[in-house]
Design a protein around this ligand. Structure first.
Ligand SMILES: [Mn+2]
Length: 243
């Protein structure tokens, strides 16, 4: 993996052609223009797509524009890595071919001076026990097989419903937010104890940066129409930016 590494995610590109999608795509192009001279790698932290399910054949091309952008990025010599989020773990060979490498599970990057633990961030909170079971079921090959038998239109309808409800769940009050941070800091501590210096995640759609004894927990905000949030790791330190 080439340095510098740019981490971002939660773009939630929709399979439906919308104005919001277009604006997000323009923001992402702005970001690519900014970094392309330095080369390096982009590390997409999951939920890049709001809904993604790749069929074995006759795949609908909902994401043609995004795929061609990824191809352009790769041609510029920038490497592309991707870790699956809860909205886009049904990736397949077509998406893989646009990237350098795709990860379905958490990763530890040992490049430069720091060890970086990368996770999308879902399934960590202790009160999310039901979701942890669901996460396991949704990721099985059996589920994937039966889901792929559904008419594509119907599958898309389900996806729209799920996506809408999940978005709503991101609206939380300060007390809930404090509790979430407490749990995520504890989670980060367990990774720091295993030797990682930085724990980086997305998923929670807000920005949080916690430093403790030279160790760091970074929660990246999403990449919306207005703001493209990212972290840059140059091999020595990791900093957070927004454009
Ligand atoms: Mn997520």
């Amino acid at each position: 993996m080439q340095l510098p590494i740019y981490f971002f995610g939660d773009n939630h590109f929709s399979p439906f052609s919308t104005l919001s999608n277009q604006k997000k795509l323009e923001k992402m192009m702005e970001f690519i223009d900014l970094i392309e001279d330095d080369g390096g790698s982009i590390f997409i932290m999951g939920d890049f797509f709001d809904y993604y399910f790749e069929y074995e054949k006759n795949n609908p091309n909902y994401f043609e524009e995004i795929f061609s952008l990824l191809e352009k990025i790769k041609k510029k010599g920038i490497e592309i890595y991707f870790i699956a989020g809860n909205h886009d773990y049904w990736i397949g060979n077509e998406f893989r071919s646009k990237t350098n490498e795709v990860f379905l599970n958490d990763q530890v990057l040992s490049i430069g001076q720091k060890k970086i633990y990368v996770t999308h961030g879902d399934g960590i909170l202790s009160w999310d026990k039901g979701y942890k079971v669901l996460k396991f079921v949704l990721r099985t090959e059996v589920f994937r097989f039966f889901y792929s038998l559904l008419p594509k239109k119907f599958a898309l309808y389900i996806a729209k419903k799920i996506s809408y409800e999940r978005k709503d769940s991101h609206k939380v009050n300060q007390e809930k937010l404090d509790n979430i941070h407490k749990e995520l800091i504890n989670y980060a501590k367990s990774k720091w104890n295993e030797g990682s210096d930085v724990v980086i995640m997305g998923h929670y759609h807000h920005s949080f940066n916690f430093n403790y004894n030279k160790k760091q927990l970074i929660i990246l905000d999403d990449c919306s129409e207005q703001d493209f949030n990212y972290a840059k790791y140059d091999g020595e330190s990791i900093s957070i930016y927004s454009i």
